[in-house]
Design a protein around this ligand. Structure first.
Ligand SMILES: Cc1cc2nc3c(=O)[nH]c(=O)nc-3n(C[C@H](O)[C@H](O)[C@H](O)COP(=O)(O)OP(=O)(O)OC[C@H]3O[C@@H](n4cnc5c(N)ncnc54)[C@H](O)[C@@H]3O)c2cc1C
Length: 406
């Protein structure tokens, strides 16, 4: 892929404007979802008098803290549709955004370690194939061929009994994705305003008319919330509740190694997943820390269990060293599916609940949420993910496909 469009330094990719007194729309949150939403609002709906307000620095939330796994092999039709649309967008975005963010379709494997896993995984492969998703079932020998360093012997605690595999899945470089969207947003006239915390909302009856921020009051006709782990805090400020719990989610990298790990391997059962970054670090994640919290850090015992699982599956990792660990705050819902749509407050819209898996959803979330903000109505793909589903009971339970952080 050509890298001729790569700028020299990200600091020159967007302006650093002061907030204006009013905008046609304000997006709260300068992570991937906020950036993608603003990009599609400008590109697809001609809304360019808009601002992204970020309380810290661009992509300083989950966007540049995630482990960058992209896939679309979710169980239910509603999820398969939105995640597969996202994957198709990932496939064209480097060219559209004119930025090589190292999207690498190296495949993602989900290991099965018990008969229950095998049955559930095969069911998911079948469902995926009916939805036109490139899912396959691999036996242990095929697993080993794709990832030779994996231990498939049957004398370990949880032997590998097979795996689902999606060849078009993979990884991308998260900070470059943010910069790519930010540069295009800026070119289209969007104001990206960092160090600008939203502290309250101005309402006329049930209708939002502005936001209070650490940099003054801004009037606006529409507000889109893209604040991940802080969504329920913002909803409370606006006067409604979201069915979300915020949890710390951790990840870590090893020091740099020669290429040893050609694909992405996830194990929900022993709770670890691993890929190797372009630079050579082994990137590893696990499940959420079980308590609620807003600290961008987690507990040591999660790392310890994750390491035990990793060494069992990949014995050669026993000689690797951990370079650094970090955490983000993920917004989990009770059916492990996102919430994208309208809210009880007129002209306020919400995109949240992507939990441990929203990086992969960034392009489709942005595209569909922009449609919802611009038109005031759901997009065909985000319609099933409305807030009302928690009242009607039409839940989309993706715990099976989203059980380990990814
Ligand atoms: C360790 C880890 C690993 C993960 N791995 C994967 C993975 O492999 N694949 C995958 O698909 N997903 C993964 N995820 C999940 C993914 O990162 C998130 O779902 C996704 O990044 C959410 O995007 P966002 O833009 O909504 O959130 P964020 O990037 O968190 O953006 C929200 C922004 O809102 C800002 N904000 C909050 N409150 C305010 C306020 N009051 N005013 C102004 N700004 C505010 C925050 O500072 C933040 O920058 C992982 C997450 C973590 C933490």
């Amino acid at each position: 892929m050509s890298t001729e469009h790569l700028p020299e330094h990200p600091e020159f990719l967007w302006r650093n404007p002061d907030p204006k007194k009013s905008y046609d729309a304000v997006i709260v949150g300068g992570g991937g979802h906020g950036l993608a939403t603003a990009y599609f609002l400008a590109k697809n709906h001609g809304m360019t008098n808009i601002a992204i307000l970020e309380k810290g620095w661009l992509a300083g939330g989950n966007m540049a803290r995630n482990t960058t796994i992209i896939r679309s092999n979710y169980l239910w039709d509603e999820s398969a549709a939105i995640y597969e649309h996202s994957l198709k967008l990932w496939e064209i975005l480097p060219e559209e955004l004119e930025y090589d963010f190292l999207f690498s379709q190296r495949g993602v494997m989900n290991l099965a370690h018990t008969l229950g896993d095998v049955r559930e995984s095969m069911r998911r492969v079948g469902a995926n194939q009916l939805n036109g998703i490139d899912a396959e079932w691999l036996d242990p020998k095929q697993v080993k061929e794709l990832c030779p360093i994996l231990n498939i012997s049957d004398n370990i605690r949880y032997p590998v009994m097979g795996a689902t595999y999606q060849p078009r899945a993979g990884i991308a470089k998260h900070d470059h994705v943010a910069w790519a969207f930010a540069r295009k947003c800026d070119e289209l006239g969007v104001d990206i305003i960092q160090n600008c915390e939203v502290t309250g909302f101005i309402k006329d009856g049930d209708k939002v008319t502005g936001v209070q921020t650490s940099r003054g009051t801004i009037n606006t006709e529409k507000v889109g919330l893209c604040a991940a782990g802080h969504s329920s805090v913002l909803a409370e400020m606006a006067g409604f509740r979201l069915p979300i719990q915020s949890h710390p989610l951790q990840a870590l990298v090893s020091e740099l190694h020669e290429p040893v790990h050609p694909t992405v391997v996830m194990s929900n059962h022993v709770h670890v997943y691993v890929s190797q970054a372009h630079k050579g670090e082994l990137v590893m994640g696990a499940g959420v820390d079980s308590y609620n919290g807003y600290g961008q850090r987690g507990s040591f015992h999660v790392i310890e269990e994750q390491m035990a699982a990793a060494v069992e599956l990949f014995p050669i990792f026993a000689r690797a060293h951990v370079l650094r660990t970090w955490g983000g705050i993920v917004d989990t819902t009770m059916d492990a599916s996102p919430i994208v749509g309208t809210t009880p407050v007129e002209n306020m819209f919400v995109n949240c609940g992507w939990g441990t898996g929203g990086f992969k959803g960034t392009p489709a979330a942005g595209l569909t949420f922009a449609h919802t903000i611009a038109t005031g109505t759901p997009h065909e793909l985000n319609k099933p993910f409305s807030l009302e589903r928690f009242e009607t009971g039409a839940l989309i339970d993706e715990h099976g496909a989203a059980a380990v952080a990814h």
